[in-house]
Ligand binder design. Structure first.
Ligand code: EPS
Length: 385
């Protein structure tokens, strides 16, 4: 239904996103896209690069007088750091004589497999695109999706629930409060009592020349019943959400609802009973995380996503120089110590993209008016069930 293509190296001139399939006559707020990009840049544990960049989008196609035209939307995000990399990342000139190639792959990064796969001597040709800098394009695309969803009352929130083994104890159930509290925290945690311990873990990682990972949770409220489908594996919304989350840099696991905990309990302690309140079906619990059979059931969609520690270590692990085959320490690139808070913002926007895709699949029309008609007609049918 909707698709996007992104391009750009971490230290190249810019990142580019082309989004295709959005309806016409949708009001677009550049300020809201920029706000998502700004949020992604925050978080305790980031490295010095974020002091160089101030990400904003320039929209160069698909939007006229603040409204979509139904044509491909191009968004550009510049890399301010490019001015320091012009020679090393030049598109046309010869490689400078003093170019230092990266030849010692970092364990955990795409370096080794990427260099072998693409026959590169200089690992920079791999790491520039494998870099989490590209998550800015995921956020830009997702921020458009989010604006579409908000017009239909669908809200997305994300918050950090664990860093380096330090877990939140209690978080608010109300989405607005959850959001506000996470927004106020430098580690995007909605439980103030665990913030200090998480910060301490990040400080410890920094002192040791190490890195630390964690877990974030995404909650999507207001999804109508029936997004996704049980009818064919590739239409299952849980699979599509998990696939999109696993495609974010450094993500190693995704749980939906109770997730792995469901495997430890009896069925009666996992599934959510069905009740009727006189006008609609209600569920006293949400172990399913809003998805049954790959279809939204009207409950909040809840995902938990695990991020590994970033693979660039200032105190590097052993590696091998790919030119000499000698045992060496892995290369050190400037990097972050912990990017879990930033990843939670990426996760929100990536989830918004997947939900918007499923939403347009169900209610799709070429213009916003057509989508609204389809959505309201469906709501009337649902009310009769
Ligand atoms: C990254 C390394 C660091 C991070 C970068 C991801 O970049 P640099 O090497 O320029 O210091 O800051 O993240 C971003 C640039 C960003 O926008 O999130 C990596 O190797 O993945």
């Amino acid at each position: 239904m909707i698709r996007y293509l992104s391009a750009g190296e971490s230290h190249g001139p810019q990142l580019t996103v082309i989004v295709e399939g959005f309806p016409s006559r949708m009001h677009i707020s550049k300020a809201e896209i920029d706000e998502q990009l700004r949020r992604r840049q925050q978080g305790y544990g980031r490295g010095r690069r974020m002091q160089i960049e101030t990400d904003t989008v320039e929209i160069t196609s698909g939007v006229r007088f603040g409204q979509t035209m139904g044509t491909p939307i191009t968004m550009l995000v510049g890399n301010r750091d490019f001015k320091n990399w012009q020679e090393k990342m030049s598109v046309w000139d010869e490689a400078p004589d003093n170019l230092k190639q990266v030849t010692r792959p970092r364990p955990g990064h795409a370096d080794l497999a990427g260099a072998i796969k693409y026959d590169h001597e200089d690992i920079r040709n791999v790491l520039e695109r494998a870099s989490a800098r590209n998550t800015a394009t995921m956020v830009a695309a997702g921020a458009l999706a989010r604006q579409l969803l908000e017009q239909f009352g669908i809200q997305v929130a994300g918050h950090v629930v664990e860093i380096g083994g330090e877990q939140v104890r209690e978080v608010p159930h109300d989405l607005t409060t959850l959001r506000q509290q996470a927004e106020q925290s430098v580690v995007r945690v909605a439980d103030k009592t665990t913030e200090a311990a998480m910060i301490e873990k990040i400080d410890e990682a920094k002192e040791r020349g190490d890195t630390v990972g964690g877990v974030f949770e995404i909650v999507i409220e207001g999804c109508p019943v029936g997004l996704g489908s049980f009818a064919h594996p590739d239409r299952k919304l849980d699979g599509r959400l998990a696939s999109a989350m696993m495609s974010i840099q450094a993500i190693k696991g995704v749980e939906i609802g109770l997730g792995f905990e469901a495997a430890r309990r009896f069925g009666s302690k996992v599934h959510d009973a069905i009740e009727y309140n006189g006008s609609s079906y209600v569920r006293p619990s949400n172990g399913a995380g809003g998805l049954e059979g790959g279809v939204t059931n009207g409950q909040p969609v809840v995902l938990r996503v695990a991020m590994k520690p970033i693979s660039t270590l200032y105190k590097p692990l052993h590696s091998v120089d790919m030119l000499t085959k000698e045992s060496e320490l892995a290369a050190v690139e400037r990097s972050d110590y912990c990017a879990v808070p930033a990843a939670s913002v990426v996760g929100e926007n990536v989830a918004a993209w997947v939900i918007a895709d499923a939403f347009l699949e169900k209610f799709g029309g070429d213009s916003m008016e057509q989508i609204r008609d389809n959505f309201h007609a469906y709501q009337e049918r649902v009310a009769k069930r």
